[in-house]
Ligand binder design. Structure first.
Ligand code: BGC
Length: 369
């Protein structure tokens, strides 16, 4: 494992050649570049993505948009994926700093791992940006994400809308929460609890089984949901924290001929999630325009790499330290069958990848051009 990481990072070290190296026996992927534009004064930006399985977004959207932004700014960068390996995460960070990174942008695997990296970077004079996930107690220089409580609110409201459309009476609602070590999962839950708890309290809805899915692991989510449905066969709605978890629930519902009858939520507007919506098996997803997030983070990183001290639009209080972290937070958008087309129009997914096979007719029905 270690050997694989080292050899890949060696490839990363060859960045002066402007090479792109992919894959390796450790599963890490890396892309590096030296831009031809005048990058003379700017330092190098290192980015560590978390994994490629908990959501398609990290490799299909975040990497792509960050790369585009760095290329446009003409700065050197090195984007690697820790593939959910906490040891690799630290190793990659260390090696990025050794290889001359002057700014680090991380999506932590948990706050502990993030904090170690941030502190190490700080001791070397390398500023850090918490990208998408806030590192609790970490003290990163900046935090760039979405309004994650709002994401959860949209999910809660989405489930209510779909249950209302189905005229569900006293529906039993199950929760498949995100990873217990991801601060975002806490924020999402705060958001949907805000909508659903009053319904449970008033007796309009019934709180069913609830599980947090370690590392957002989709396979584990399937096993957990299978147990939940065995325990409570009358589950009538599923608040799933992202499209991967939603798809895990849908797969189990399909086996029980309940898909389409039991609304399921999601997040990330992945091709799979959108197809599940088109098929009528998923109630909604939350679209987060990752391009905006990547652009905002890249802008800060580029300024930092040039030795500037950029200002951020707002700030978020780190609940552990009570300190304000300068932040940029983007707006999420709820997506249902009727506005799947917005995600395509925004260029986040293409019609070609979405409207394959049986989905072609659904795409036409949903007005996707
Ligand atoms: C991100 C989500 C993603 C999840 C799993 C969260 O921190 O905000 O977009 O689905 O992690 O990767």
């Amino acid at each position: 494992m270690r050997k694989g990481i080292l050899s890949l990072t060696a490839a990363a070290a060859a960045l002066a050649l402007g090479l792109t190296a992919c894959g390796g026996d450790s599963g890490q992927t890396t892309s590096t570049s030296t831009a031809s534009a005048p990058a003379a004064k700017a330092g190098k930006i290192g980015v560590i993505l978390p994994d490629s399985k908990s959501s398609a977004r990290w490799e299909t959207a975040d990497r792509k948009y960050l790369e585009e932004a760095f290329k446009a700014a003409g700065v050197q960068y090195d984007i690697q994926n820790a593939q959910n390996d906490k040891t690799a995460f630290q190793t990659i960070a260390d090696q990025m700093i050794t290889n001359g990174a002057t700014v680090l942008m991380i999506v932590n695997l948990d706050s502990g791992t993030g904090k170690t990296v941030i502190e190490k970077a700080k001791s070397q004079g390398v500023p850090t940006i918490d990208y998408d996930r806030l590192t609790l107690g970490g003290g990163a220089a900046y935090y760039v994400s979405f309004d994650n409580t709002k994401v959860g609110t949209l999910q809660g409201e989405g489930l209510v809308k779909c249950l209302t459309d189905k005229k569900a009476e006293k529906p039993i609602v199950a929760y498949l929460n995100g990873s217990p070590t991801d601060n975002n999962a806490t924020l999402f839950k705060n958001g949907y609890d805000g909508v659903l708890k009053p319904k449970f309290d008033s007796g309009d809805y019934v709180k069913g089984p609830e599980q947090s899915v370690p590392d957002w692991d989709n396979t584990q989510a399937g096993t957990l949901f299978e147990q939940m449905l065995t325990e409570q066969p009358k589950i009538a709605g599923v608040l799933a924290a992202n499209d991967g978890l939603g798809n895990a629930a849908i797969t189990v519902l399909k086996k029980n001929n309940l898909n389409g009858k039991v609304p399921v939520t999601g997040q990330d507007a992945t091709v799979q999630g959108l197809q599940n919506i088109l098929a009528g098996d998923q109630c909604m997803t939350v679209y987060k325009a990752v391009k905006k997030e990547a652009d905002a983070a890249a802008k800060l990183a580029v300024a930092l790499a040039k030795g500037e001290k950029p200002t951020a639009a707002s700030s978020v209080k780190d609940p552990e330290t009570g300190q304000d972290v300068p932040s940029e937070l983007m707006e999420p958008q709820a997506i249902y069958f009727d506005n799947v087309k917005d995600v395509v129009a925004d260029g986040y997914v293409t019609k070609e990848e979405l409207c394959t096979g049986d989905f072609a007719a659904k795409c036409t029905e949903a007005g996707i051009q």
